[in-house]
Each structure stands twice: as C-alpha cells, then as structure tokens.
Design a protein. Structure first.
Length: 482
C-alpha cells in the first residue's frame, strides 16, 4: 500500500479493525509520514527518548513503547534533546507527580529550539482527570496523552498527531482487551519481564493503583508460555513474572489456573535458567505456591512480600486482609520450607491514625522477620482513595521521626542479612560492566543481591560461579571461579 500521500482519515478507513494488525498498519503509515518529515527538516534520522517513572510494570510497558517507536523508524538516544520524548509516569505517591510537572517545563525549552519535536505523556498519572485537565490548560505544548490501558495504540495516536495540529488525548477508563504480539525492545538481551496479569482488585485504602490500572485481567497461560519460550529461544535466561498481585493470577480466566500451576509450567521451559516474580500479596500466598517454589530449581529463592505495617489495627484500616500474627505465621511457613529464602518488603510510615504503639509494632515485625531489604515509604495522600478522607493524618514531624528510626533498623538488619553468604560460592547472572571500576563486572545472585568481580565483558548474560569474598553491607565483592 502507498502510505505516502494518504490522509489520516483515509488511513483510518483502510486500517484493519482487528489488533494487532491495525497497529502494524499505523506503524507503516507513521513511517511514511516521518520519512516526509525527515526530508522537510533535513535530518537522516529522528531520535526518541523514553523516561520511565515507577515500578517494573511501567518499565515493561516502556519496552513495548520502545518496540513500537523503533518499528516506526525512530532511533533511541540518551538525551531529552530528541525528536520524540515520552514520559511514562507513576502516580503512586504525590512527589512523583511533582517531578513530572517540573521536568515538563524543561522540555518546553527544548521544544522551542526544535519545533517539530513531539512530547508525549502516558502511564498511571494520566489516568487522573485533574492531571489531564491541568496539562490541557497549562502545558499546551504536549502533543500526545494516553493512559495505562491503550499503550498498544501509540502508532495510531502518533498518526493522528502528525496529521492534525492539536493535542491528541486518548484515555480509557478501563478495558478487557489484552493486545498480544506487538513489537518490544528489551533493555537487556538476557533477561526480561513478562506480564502475567494487569490491574488490581485489592483496593488497599491508601493505594491509587486499582483506580489507574483497572480491574484484574490475567493473560492466558498459553500466551504466557509461548512468549517465554520465544524469549528463551532468543537467549533470555532469566524472566520476572509481573503482576500487582501475582498470587491471584488466573482466578478469573474461563478455565481458572493457579499461579503455582503457571509457575510449574514455566519451570519446564527449556533454556530458561531463572524465574522470578513480583509482587505477592500476603493474603493470597498459598501453600501450593510454597511447594511449587520448593521443588523448582529455576524459581529464585526470593519473595517480595509487602508488609505495609506491623500493626493489625493499621492493617485493618489499610484493608490489607491479614493481621500481624498471620503475616508472621506466613513467614515462618515459608522459612520452614525454604530456609535460604530471601524476603524483601514494602513498609508505609505515617498512615492516618498510626500511633507510636502501632509504629513500634512495625519495628518489632521488622526485627522478627529480618528482611533482606525493605523499601520504606512515607504515607502520601492520594485523592480519591478512602485513606485520603480518614481523620488523624499524622504530623510531618512525627512521620519523619518514625521514618528515620525505621530506616536505621532496616539498614542495620539488611547489611547483616546480606553478609550471610560471605565465603561461599554462588551462581551469578552477569549483567553488566561496572561503570565505577575498570575490569569489574556486576551480577546478581538468585536472591537478587549484587556482586562485583573481575571478569571479561564476554561473560555478560551468562550464569557463572563466583566466590563471595566480602560483604559490603548491601553488595558483595567476589572472585570468578571455574
Ligand atoms: N503512600 C505511600 N506509599 C504507597 N505505596 C502505595 N501507595 C502509597 C501511598 N499512598 C507503596 C506501598 C506499595 C508500594 C509499591 O508503594 O508500600 O507496596
Ligand atoms: Fe495497591 Fe494494594 Fe493493589 Fe498493591 S495490592 S497495587 S498496594 S491496591
């Protein structure tokens, strides 16, 4: 088909209705339009830059967006002085939003120097009505806005923007659609995230995710296994199964499948050496999953198990559906089955109504469980969530004080826990050249701790034996072993 002289309306007329064929059509169409643009501005190549904020879900989405941009003919650049700049945003805490507004101001200056530059915003923050209204009003230089449910449509939205001289905004409130088989470009050739489900049904009272990522939708095990087999054939040795709550995977499929059953299927894929998953809600972590992990040689001995608070009262107000005692029992059960397991967590300090006693219970759980590492957050009020309307919001001063005490404890324990494999030989996936010291490589143990050791870049992507000479608190220095 000759796309060169086609208008956007004609393109919409000729484009297939089914996905992903429709998007492949628009990728070709955009390519033709951009070839014209290149000639007009006298450039051989057009560049793109994606800035990703937030969690692994967003990182994986960005790889898909990158795949689409490369198919259209853009070339990646490290700098925001690019022809297409995309911010994939996060809104889980308020300060993430503020950062985006700050950076947008700087992008506007770049756009003044390069008027054909396109600026696009997507991700969780765009699912909030007030955000889009603010951008429409005060950041009119933005070209394309889309949300979390329609990232697959980037080429179609860009086609519209290239033909029409106004901001294109396309936000979906929710979706049942999962579009498979679009191009992706992985950040690492040897490891990859794999979405197994989207959205969240848990409605923890502080959390905005269910509102911006929609209800839980699981991909079929057939599609997941096919994707992983393809990745393994392509040289990927480690995958991370991604979902907001992987333990409720498959419950709503026509033929329900448990997460443990999926894990067992994935475990059998040839060529794959390591399987990770993220995130597990403590209320749903089943005995079946513990058994499946225990009997697998590929599933890494690491569980990220967000605690959020150690006080049963606060957990109730957070709508977490477990008590402090149940959390501790679960940890005991996991450790009894896999004594070498590494446990990491997320903790929020300063949830509305949290008393000093509640906070001391959190500290107590931290001391009992001895997490390998913990992400600690100050509670951030998110408009639209039930917690935002709760009384007894805690003063900044008290929160800061608790946060500092928690961080000190978490770091002390984490450096002691990290050292427990000192003077042993461990399997390490070599990930990259260490930028800070010449001749050093950086890799990861199965439990996710990093290790630096001397070696040649040809080892990147391979699993090697490394002797852990010395623990440095949260990483090791090691020596390559045959
Ligand atoms: N304030 C602070 N932290 C939050 N998280 C989610 N929502 C909020 C909020 N409103 C944290 C939780 C979650 C992690 C991804 O972010 O600890 O597990
Ligand atoms: Fe947010 Fe809770 Fe869902 Fe995690 S499980 S994404 S904290 S609502």
């Amino acid at each position: 088909m000759d796309y060169t002289n086609m208008t956007y309306d004609e393109a919409c007329h000729y484009a297939p209705m089914e996905e992903p064929a429709r998007q492949y059509f628009f990728m070709e169409y955009c390519k033709a339009l951009l070839d014209k643009l290149k000639k007009a501005v006298g450039k051989d190549t057009l560049t793109f830059h994606i800035a990703t904020f937030g969690c692994q879900m967003n990182s994986r989405d960005s790889e898909k967006l990158q795949g689409i941009l490369e198919s259209i003919g853009y070339v990646e650049t490290d700098s925001e002085e690019a022809d297409f700049v995309l911010y994939n945003t996060c809104t889980v805490r308020e300060n993430a939003n503020q950062r985006v507004y700050g950076r947008l101001g700087q992008l506007n200056n770049l756009k003044r120097k390069n008027p054909h530059m396109m600026i696009s915003l997507c991700g969780c923050m765009m699912q909030e009505e007030e955000v889009v209204a603010k951008i429409r009003k005060s950041y009119r230089f933005v070209d394309i806005i889309f949300g979390t449910h329609n990232i697959f449509k980037l080429a179609e939205l860009m086609a519209e923007r290239l033909e029409r001289d106004k901001m294109v905004v396309d936000i979906w409130e929710g979706t049942d659609t999962i579009v498979e088989d679009l191009p992706t470009d992985r950040k690492y050739p040897f490891k990859s995230g794999v979405n197994i489900m989207f959205g969240c049904n848990n409605f923890c009272s502080y959390c905005i995710v269910p509102y911006v990522r929609g209800r839980e939708r699981s991909r079929s095990p057939k599609d997941i296994v096919a994707e992983i087999k393809k990745l393994a054939d392509d040289g990927v040795v480690e995958i991370m199964l991604l979902g907001q709550n992987v333990n409720s995977y498959g419950k709503n499929l026509e033929e329900p499948v448990s997460f443990a059953q999926l894990l067992t299927q994935v475990d059998q894929i040839e060529g794959l050496e390591r399987v990770r998953f993220m995130t597990s809600h403590p209320k749903d972590l089943s005995d079946e999953l513990i058994e499946a992990m225990k009997h697998s040689s590929k599933v890494c001995r690491h569980i990220h198990l967000p605690l959020q608070s150690g006080s049963s009262n606060v957990l109730k107000a957070m709508n977490r559906s477990y008590t402090k005692e149940q959390y501790l029992e679960l940890v005991d059960k996991i450790r009894a089955a896999m004594p070498d397991i590494s446990l990491t967590t997320d903790i929020i300090v300063g949830f509305p109504g949290e008393t000093e006693e509640d906070f001391l219970e959190t500290l107590e759980v931290v001391k009992k469980v001895r997490f390998d590492s913990a992400f600690t957050f100050i509670y951030s009020k998110r408009t639209g969530t039930p917690a935002a309307k709760m009384e007894c919001q805690i003063s900044d001063e008290a929160v800061k004080n608790r946060f500092d005490r928690l961080l000190t404890e978490v770091q002390k324990i984490s450096s002691e826990m990290c050292g427990r494999d000192e003077h042993t030989v461990q399997k390490v996936l070599v990930e990259e050249i260490n930028d800070h010291a010449e001749g050093l490589l950086t890799g990861r143990l199965g439990n996710n701790t990093t290790v630096h050791f001397k070696g040649d870049s040809s080892l990147i992507g391979k699993i090697v034996n490394v002797y852990l000479d010395e623990s440095k608190g949260f990483y090791y220095m090691g020596t390559l072993r045959p």
